[in-house]
Design a protein around this ligand. Structure first.
Ligand SMILES: NC(=O)c1ccc[n+]([C@@H]2O[C@H](COP(=O)([O-])OP(=O)(O)OC[C@H]3O[C@@H](n4cnc5c(N)ncnc54)[C@H](OP(=O)(O)O)[C@@H]3O)[C@@H](O)[C@H]2O)c1
Length: 216
């Protein structure tokens, strides 16, 4: 399978790329600096260098041509509003349109549980981030592409445990990024799971079973 990852230089994107390469998949992606391309190329990832904010759907589309699926996992993680708007918002719209132009029918978005941080004083920028993420889920879910939205709970960097809770609604908790990446890789290989929003958090179900349990 040929997978193009927007956000391949990030924590989840990098773990996903490694997981897919280990499975024998062909992984490409978008980075913003040449040194990131060099690092990724040593791992077998073919990276294109460009500023996502400067790209248009037309200029991004040729990079996506030939991919079986586009995964969008870039994000500001609640940083400055202009970055959130450009990367968590407009960037997704651009990528969705570019995928359509390139003839890539599958589009997988890493989003966030909308109630994350509820009850905490998050500050305006983080509130804005959650609002943008939710509206982009709406946009992707209305697309006629073969979309899938994965909403993980709070991402943590401890080792993955290989078990999760995955389904249309999950409580907000936390989950190791490694387990998110393994779940994503298996979801990419399960085309029957499509046009769905799935929430993901730590749990007790082996990841392969959790994915199979969501096949319609
Ligand atoms: N943090 C959480 O608890 C949490 C929970 C649920 C969902 N999420 C979502 O999960 C996704 C992946 O998270 P992660 O931990 O992998 O994030 P990460 O390690 O911070 O990676 C973010 C990715 O987005 C790219 N990016 C950020 N700002 C950019 C900009 N201005 N222009 C171009 N690219 C930019 C980064 O590129 P560089 O490497 O060049 O910086 C990187 O590839 C994000 O969409 C996040 O919103 C996060």
């Amino acid at each position: 399978m040929k997978v193009f990852i927007i956000g391949v230089s990030g924590a989840v994107g990098g773990l996903l790329a490694r997981n897919l390469i280990d499975r024998g998949d062909d992984v490409a992606g978008l980075v913003r600096r040449k040194e990131q391309r060099t690092d990724l190329s040593a791992q077998g990832v073919k990276a294109h260098v460009a500023q996502l904010a400067d790209l248009t759907a037309d200029s991004l589309a040729p990079m996506l041509t030939g991919a079986d699926v586009v995964v969008y996992t870039a994000g500001s993680n609640g940083g400055k509003r202009e970055v959130t708007a450009a990367i968590d918002g407009e960037g997704v719209v651009k990528a969705l349109e570019a995928a359509r132009l390139a003839g890539v029918s599958r589009f997988v978005l890493v989003s966030v549980l909308p109630e994350a941080g509820r009850g905490h004083d998050l500050g305006d920028d983080v509130e804005f981030y959650f609002a943008v993420k939710k509206l982009i889920d709406v946009t992707v879910s209305m697309s006629d592409l073969d979309w899938l939205i994965l909403r993980p709970s709070l991402l943590v960097d401890r080792n993955g445990i290989g078990t999760v809770a995955l389904g249309p609604a999950q409580p907000h908790d936390e989950i190791p990024r490694e387990d998110v990446a393994v779940t994503l890789a298996l979801l990419l290989h399960e085309p029957r799971i499509r046009r769905r929003i799935l929430e993901l958090t730590q749990g007790t179900t082996p990841i392969a079973w959790a994915v199979l349990a969501n096949v319609p």
